[in-house]
Design a protein around this ligand. Structure first.
Ligand code: AMP
Length: 283
């Protein structure tokens, strides 16, 4: 596996491969890799001649300074995992490399409702930071296909929207959420949970799964209230939001008339660790 820290050497290497007709699959990450990330790498490997992973803890997408400081950084271990999974190129730049003009720069795109609800509402500036860094990374890697997890479903919607708006020549591939055996969605933040918090964390997915059984059989509002009450009964879980929304537009559902598009999205705190999850209610 080639490992680069500068844009210049990454570009040069990949441009050489592209000239030879290689298709390039790209997996952008913030590191502290787990099986969820590796599933994206594996998928890319089956569909492309070359797979590139980036590791960059992007400062501009953190609205909370403490969250940025505490974000796990495990580059040596990550590189080992990527090598073992057969990744071809790791690009792990510094913040100065990605933001030479300073961290205030960013692209301003119109996302309509997509960046105003849920994550957008509770993490102001987050999606501007995401769009900015993904756009920059696409410019460096020039991928044929880029792989994103449904775990961050709203992020996926933002990236698709950006690619459409800017007419970027890349196919966006959505990958299923990989979970621990007890249902907890894998996340780099899980390693920050205490033992007591970790034992309560699977309740999030359990409640979402029960919502799937109940969906369509009771009014949307009642289902939402049931789920919020259920999560709040677990001592250390604190809900930031729980929404039932349309999978395309993210608009909250009022009733079940377009139920096949219904998804539930939740953000829940355990101590100071914030976890998100979502599931499709009818698929
Ligand atoms: P992150 O490093 O958390 O920014 O995530 C990098 C990419 O991995 C994003 O596209 C995420 O949606 C994806 N990802 C994170 N966790 C999972 C998971 N449990 N299953 C599938 N994809 C994931």
């Amino acid at each position: 596996m080639k490992q680069f820290t500068t844009i210049r050497e990454t570009r040069e290497y990949l441009a050489g491969k592209a000239e030879k007709g290689y298709s390039i699959g790209f997996v952008p990450t913030m590191g502290a890799l787990h099986e969820g990330h590796i599933s994206l790498v594996n998928r890319s490997k089956t569909e492309n001649m070359l797979t590139v992973c980036s590791i960059f803890v992007n400062p501009t997408q953190f609205n909370n300074k403490e969250d940025l400081e505490k974000y796990p950084r495990t580059l040596a271990r990550d590189a080992k995992l990527l090598r073992a999974s057969g990744c071809d190129v790791l690009f792990a730049p510094t913040a100065a490399e990605m933001y030479p003009e300073g961290e205030t720069e960013g692209i301003d795109l119109e996302f309509g409702l997509l960046d105003k609800v849920m994550e957008g509402k509770f993490r102001p500036g987050h999606f501007k930071g995401v769009a900015t860094i993904v756009n920059k990374l696409f410019a460096v890697v020039n991928p044929t296909r880029a792989y994103f997890g449904k775990k961050d479903f709203q992020q996926l919607a933002i990236i698709r929207h950006m690619v459409n708006s800017l007419k970027l020549p890349v196919a966006i591939i959505a990958c299923e959420t990989v979970r621990e055996p007890d249902g907890l969605a894998m996340s780099s933040r899980n390693m920050r949970l205490t033992i007591a918090e970790r034992s309560q964390a699977p309740e999030i997915y359990q409640v979402l799964s029960k919502m799937k059984e109940k969906a369509g059989k009771m009014p949307v509002k009642a289902l939402k209230e049931w789920a919020m009450k259920k999560i709040q009964e677990t001592p250390d879980l604190r809900i930031e939001y729980l929404e039932i929304g349309d999978r395309e537009t993210l608009v909250p559902l009022e009733n079940w008339s377009h139920k096949e598009r219904g998804m539930v999205f939740a953000a829940v705190f355990l101590g100071d660790v914030r976890l998100i999850d979502n599931i499709e209610l009818f698929l």
